[in-house]
Ligand binder design. Structure first.
Ligand code: F3S
Length: 772
């Protein structure tokens, strides 16, 4: 029998059903005695079963089998929800089939502090919020209003439960792993599948075990676990893998601190990250009014919520981390896998051209904005004050992760102590983490070179302020605070002191002690709109004149022979994240308007057809029909209007970073047919397939080097009836001089995904399925 405990107090009709999960797991195992990892237990207990297919452990191969899953819930933030909901609306269903929430955290621009920024944001984005509110009511979705909190923090406080499976239209959805829940970032159209009650597909991931021993001490924090792992595995080393922690070191970590690790696992490209159920998860559940879930979890801990004994022999790889000797790390700039143990940072700074002085220090983001993080920050502020340093030396911004964290930190005097030290308290939103920062302290337009340090997770070029010359470093909140006082990125709080103005004394910080949870959370303003049950009479209005919202028109179905003799729009050189393909910041405004947002396509991409090193040429290309140099999206639009299909050639890990599907929608909308790359990031590859674009990879990556300006390409073997799962296709290249050469290409399409391609998009296919 299902327990009477709901999966969340906010979803009283959705029961937590560990018994059902266990019986499904037993059915999949079908007598097998093989011990299962925690990742397997959660995935296999969420398999989508149908009368004509029963899953069996023997048929599931990691890296080969496409799992069909039924998640417990879906979450979207406001920058991806508009497009996801527009897609859901065009699918024609009356309401979502599984618990779904929308979180308004991305749109508010940080400028003067919480109160003013929120007030302005609510006015500026009124049209989008009204759309989200009405669509949420109409389709049975919970809506978290602006200021309620950052998506992953809100999920953690209200929805994450041990043994659950959540998908979210944000790459940091693995954050839920700190609560023993498998969280996976997806594109909006994947979310629509799940919201529509269709099976959600995931390539069965490999499982990398990370064995933790010892106990954190001194300045080391859980942020350093993931900063170290990023250095080991790099930004693509986790692709197709779940990072599963095990070992005696896990039990000593607090729930929100573990969430930090899982959250930032997105920076190594992993599918997800998880820790086994522990007492600290139970403490956190109780502190957030979910003691009943903690009691259930304690009952099912051994059988379902931790890995089986002996399963460590079934990890695809094992990495050892000794917490006793773990050093603090500072990662960056420009990529989160440039990992510097603190003892080596000074030398790295002095051997580089990164500005030594820190222009801004920032604590916040979904990675590090918990009660514990703010508490540690305030401890250092108190130490500095006691030593005669009342204020930080660097502009300092702090954003709490949620309204309850803000209210608690306010009630305990933490926020006031930070204000007194010169910090600006931002709203409980993403802000500078995602480029929503109206920055005036440096010349952003003039690309002034400067250094910032934050407790965020991601530090790609221009991520915070659109300035490609901002050198951004990520580290723990306590390290950020120490840098805010020292004003220099080469500061080492373990060995260095800070001179106290007007005095001969020096401040040497002591490492802060961790306080996992407040005695009790103070409940902040209620900014939640619950789903409406009977909503058939409600409507969702979109003004046809709106420049922010536009109803979607279905893409055309596959056109035979459209892949003949295509020009190459751009040969991308080097790193090309979704921030390069569809930049954030001011473009958030147009996330619900495909026509308008397509004007940002590839604006930050570097083109191998143009001279390298000239940042003015970013986002430009050579028009294949007239050889003039122009802005990429304008050239693409011109080709589309002339009915010339085109493709893109990409480098390694094309589309890494966030889950934004606009990076796939835009090339499709502007007439693109295929992207041929050395490799793809997982979410982006799926997003491309969903929108009817062909993601293909060079079987021999050296062939990428042979592509030159003026080449025209034909895809061979991709027509209906020819293209099969697991079968290579071909690329025929004709050079300007008329020489022809051929390359082999791989693809990862399943039978079902090929139907998306033929239908023109996954959404077209869903509609066909629903209508039939
Ligand atoms: Fe927001 Fe930054 Fe997290 S954009 S969801 S705070 S990674």
């Amino acid at each position: 029998f299902a327990s009477r405990v709901p999966i969340s107090p906010l979803n009283p009709d959705s029961p937590l059903d560990y018994d059902r999960q266990i019986s499904q797991l037993e059915a999949v195992k079908y007598g097998s005695q093989r011990p299962l990892t925690l990742t397997e237990k959660i995935l296999y207990s969420h398999l989508y079963t149908s009368p004509d297919h029963a899953w069996n452990l023997d048929e599931i191969r990691r890296g080969e089998t496409l799992l069909h899953l039924r998640p417990d819930r879906v979450a979207c933030h406001d920058a991806t929800a508009t497009m996801a909901l527009l897609q859901f609306i065009s699918a024609g269903l009356p309401k979502v089939q599984i618990p779904t929430t929308v979180h308004s955290d991305h749109l508010v621009v940080s400028r003067n502090g919480a109160e003013e920024d929120l007030k302005r944001g609510r006015i500026e984005h009124q049209e989008v919020y009204a759309f989200l509110s009405s669509a949420a009511k109409k389709y049975g979705i919970g809506w978290w209003k602006p200021g309620a909190g950052i998506i992953h923090t809100t999920i953690f406080e209200n929805y994450a439960f041990p043994g659950g499976l959540i998908i979210g239209t944000d790459s940091h959805t693995p954050n839920a792993g700190g609560m023993g829940m498998l969280g996976i970032g997806v594109g909006g159209s994947d979310a629509v599948d799940a919201m529509a009650g269709m099976p959600w597909e995931l390539m069965c991931p490999e499982v990398v075990g990370v064995r933790l021993t010892g106990k954190l001490n001194g300045w080391a924090s859980t942020k350093d676990i993931i900063c170290k792992l990023a250095g080991i595995l790099t930004v693509s080393g986790g692709k197709g893998k779940v990072i599963e922690f095990f070992g005696p070191g896990c039990a000593s970590l607090g729930a929100t601190a573990m969430a930090t690790v899982c959250n930032m696992s997105a920076e190594i490209g992993s599918t997800s990250c998880i820790l086994p159920y522990s007492d600290s998860m139970g403490r956190y559940l109780s502190a957030t009014k979910r003691e009943n879930i903690a009691q259930e979890a304690n009952r099912y801990k051994d059988v379902l919520l931790t890995a089986d004994e002996g399963s460590e022999h079934h990890y695809d790889d094992i990495i050892e981390i000794d917490l006793d000797t773990l050093e603090p790390h500072v990662n960056g700039p420009f990529t989160p896998d440039l990992s510097h143990p603190l003892s080596q940072l000074k030398e790295a700074v002095h051997n580089s051209n990164w500005p030594v002085n820190v222009s801004h220090a920032m604590v916040g983001s979904c990675t590090n904005s918990s009660y514990e993080d703010l508490y540690k920050t305030s401890q250092l502020v108190s130490q500095a004050k006691a030593a005669g340093l009342p204020r930080v030396r660097t502009p300092f911004m702090v954003s709490p992760g949620s309204e309850d964290i803000r209210a608690t930190a306010e009630a305990e005097g933490i926020l006031q102590s930070l204000r007194d030290a010169g910090a600006v308290i931002l709203s409980n939103t993403c802000g500078p983490c995602v480029g929503q920062w109206d920055r005036t302290d440096v010349d952003v337009k003039g690309r002034e070179r400067n250094t910032v340090v934050s407790s965020f997770n991601r530090n790609f070029v221009g991520r915070h302020d659109s300035n490609p010359e901002t050198c951004s470093f990520v580290t723990s909140p306590e390290m950020v605070t120490a840098f805010a006082y020292a004003g220099r990125i080469d500061f080492n709080p373990i060995s260095d002191s800070i001179a106290v103005d007007g005095s001969t004394s020096q401040l040497r910080f002591s490492p802060p002690t961790s306080v996992e949870l407040p005695i009790a959370f103070t409940i902040g303003d209620n900014l939640y709109q619950a789903p409406v049950k009977n909503a058939a009479h409600l409507s969702v209005n979109i003004d046809p004149q709106s420049d922010r919202l536009q109803l979607l028109q279905p893409f055309k179905s596959w056109e035979a022979d459209s892949v003949q003799d295509m020009p190459i729009l751009i040969k991308v050189a080097g790193k090309c994240t979704t921030d390069h393909i569809s930049p954030a910041g001011p473009w958030y405004k147009y996330r619900g308007h495909l026509e308008h947002i397509s004007n940002n396509m590839l604006l930050a991409a570097s083109n191998a057809f143009l001279p390298s090193g000239d940042s003015k040429l970013l986002g430009h290309t050579v028009h294949p029909l007239n050889s003039t140099t122009g802005v990429i999206h304008e050239v693409a639009r011109d080709l589309r209007d002339r009915n010339v299909k085109w493709c893109i050639v990409g480098d390694w890990n094309y589309g890494e970073g966030s889950s934004r599907e606009h990076a796939a929608l835009e090339p499709r909308y502007l007439g693109g047919v295929a992207i041929v790359a050395r490799s793809f990031a997982r979410i982006h590859e799926t997003n491309l397939k969903k929108q009817g674009m062909l993601p293909l990879t060079f079987a021999d990556p050296v062939d990428y080097d042979k592509i030159v300006l003026g080449d025209r390409v034909t895809l061979v073997g991709v027509e209906e009836g020819e293209m099969q799962p697991g079968k290579q296709v071909g690329l025929r290249v004709q050079t300007k001089e008329g020489r022809v050469w051929e390359a082999k290409l791989n693809h990862s399409y399943s039978e079902r995904q090929l139907k998306w391609l033929r239908a023109g998009s996954a959404l077209n296919h869903i509609k066909e399925t629903i209508l039939s």
